[in-house]
Design a protein around this ligand. Sequence first.
Ligand SMILES: [Zn+2]
Length: 269
Amino acid sequence: MMRFVVAILALVLAAGGAGAAGVDKLYVIDCGWAHAVDQSRWSPGVNVGVPIDISDNCYLIHHTSGAFLLWDTGITDKVAAMPDGLGGGATGLTWHRTQTLVDALAEVGVKPEDIKYVAVSHFHPDHTGNVDEFPAATVLIQKAEWDFAMAQPNKPFSPDHPAMKLDGDKDVFGDGSVTILSTPGHTPGHQSLLVHLPKTGYVVLSGDVAHFQSNWDNKRVPGFNFDQDKSRASMARIAQIMKDKNAQLWINHDKPSSDARQHLPQFYD
Ligand SMILES: [Zn+2]
């Protein structure tokens, strides 16, 4: 028995020494940006009438098993061909894109068919604009989000897309390196992503659990969120995880912090 335990221990140590299984690369991809005429859309009563520019990131994650996971897909690649951007409507936002997501992936030699999972924080078009560019990938989405999104007149992507519909958290690779966190409130089945990197440590990719650093710091909830109480509970949940894991929070739409981060082809490890 003792010999068996020692043998197992030796195996575990050898695996650790050779580079443990897990995530070895996290790329931040510029998936568009928008000019908004009034930022109080996200902070009711605060900064009324003050314009703001917001970032829109996608994140490409490489697991040592060889699998690629894409977290969010940004605003539709079609915007890259629109010189004046995509705007109008009640939201007061005009969207721009300097490069398509598919072209950005090609820069690091990744083809759409190489993507195993497309995990989406929620169904809004600035996060699901390019899901259908990855028809062979499995979409990782909360069942509550899928049901709500697919009941809309304008579906965010094909309802025939392969999908794994989740009910809560999901340890995607079974080794704790990529964990989907259920963080409802912004939408019925909103989710965030906890990623563990060997050197960088733990990072929480926000989705839209908060939109800006100031909103996070002050725990402000946008007026259009689906559920105000759940939005606050999800922010509290993320804050606790950051404490427990000593994790950073990367807020997707916060342009100053996004701009300061290294982007593809550079990566975090
Ligand atoms: Zn968004």
